[in-house]
Design a protein around this ligand. Structure first.
Ligand code: URA
Length: 308
């Protein structure tokens, strides 16, 4: 098999700074042929846009293919005992009163654990959910944001890409992945034969920008995650791609490093989920684009397998 990428895909692979299989200057000669064959097989199986793969072509198992391709804190009020000044009696109350046990205060529901809020989210439709996100003040990020960012793309698309949190440009415009990372993500999608207008919905774990793009805090993730969970329940995507550590760990509810989460098929509920690097990381570490492309190829293959 020779070339399996169409002209446009080749152009965007180049745009991503990735070499076309068989043209890789990074691999030893022997490996190039082997890898080109494997990649061609993978991509031929996964050529979603063109759908030219014969329907009886048995796709290589995912793991084998990959091997070939790459050689709330509790906020309940607690009573802190007051320390008595030296020499003073601990209790000046008459004994009878001192023995009366303190009346426990009812726990104050915080936005994180507020069952009413969670029930509202879980019962919302797409439009109500959007309104709830836009008006959300469940954590302090609601005070510093310009816009809450609900998502972007086609809610009817089969693919869901999940990022971390809006950046400065997203906060300014109220749309997901429209900064430099977003441009790279669009190029990644084009290389896969996908567009956000047609095939893809893009959402974030956090709907509001953390100041100075700092990492999301645990309670912020906890309070915002129900929105993403409801989005997924309403979208029912065929496949999820988690972009970066926060998205992967939040969706899978693990603390495993991203390096160990890549290269496997996970599931969010019943939906297959692939983990790859975040575009912002790729902007800082362009050499990792190759691994990302491998992850995306795996996702394409998996997507094709899910069709049957
Ligand atoms: N990074 C993200 O994770 N999401 C965005 O929307 C933008 C940048």
């Amino acid at each position: 098999m020779s070339t399996i990428f169409n002209a446009e895909q080749r152009r965007f692979l180049k745009l991503l700074g990735l070499s076309i299989p068989g043209e890789s200057p990074l691999l030893p000669q022997g490996a190039v042929k082997e890898k080109a064959g494997a990649v061609a097989h993978a991509a031929a199986s996964a050529n979603i846009a063109a759908s030219t793969a014969p329907s009886d072509a048995a796709p290589a198992p995912f793991d084998a293919l990959r091997a070939a391709v790459r050689q709330a804190p509790s906020q309940e009020k607690t009573r802190t005992p007051q320390s008595a000044p030296a020499g003073e009696q601990v209790s000046s109350l008459p004994p009878a009163e001192a023995e009366v046990p303190p009346i426990p205060e009812p726990p104050v529901p915080t936005p994180l654990a507020d069952p009413h809020r969670l029930a509202q989210i879980a019962a919302s439709d797409w439009r109500d959910l959007q309104i709830m996100v836009n008006n959300c003040r469940a954590c302090a990020l609601g005070e510093t944001r310009q816009h809450a960012v609900f998502g972007a793309g086609n809610p009817r698309g089969s693919w869901l890409f999940v990022g971390e949190a809006p950046g400065a440009e997203e906060d300014r415009r109220g749309e997901a992945f429209v900064g430099r990372g977003g441009q790279l993500l669009d190029n990644m999608l084009k290389a896969m034969g996908l567009t956000r207008q047609q095939d893809v919905y893009i959402a974030n774990v956090l709907k509001c920008r953390p100041p100075n793009n700092r990492d999301p805090l645990g309670p912020e993730v906890q309070s915002c995650l129900p929105y993403l969970q409801r989005q997924i329940a309403l979208l029912q995507p065929r496949i999820i791609v988690a972009l970066g550590r926060f998205a992967a760990q939040s969706l899978l509810q693990v603390t495993t490093p991203i390096g160990q989460l890549r290269g496997q098929t996970h599931h969010y509920q019943q939906i297959p989920l692939i983990v790859t690097y975040h575009p912002a990381y790729l902007l800082r570490s362009p050499l990792e684009k190759r691994k990302t492309w491998e992850d995306l190829q795996s996702a394409m293959l998996l997507f094709q397998q899910c069709q049957f």
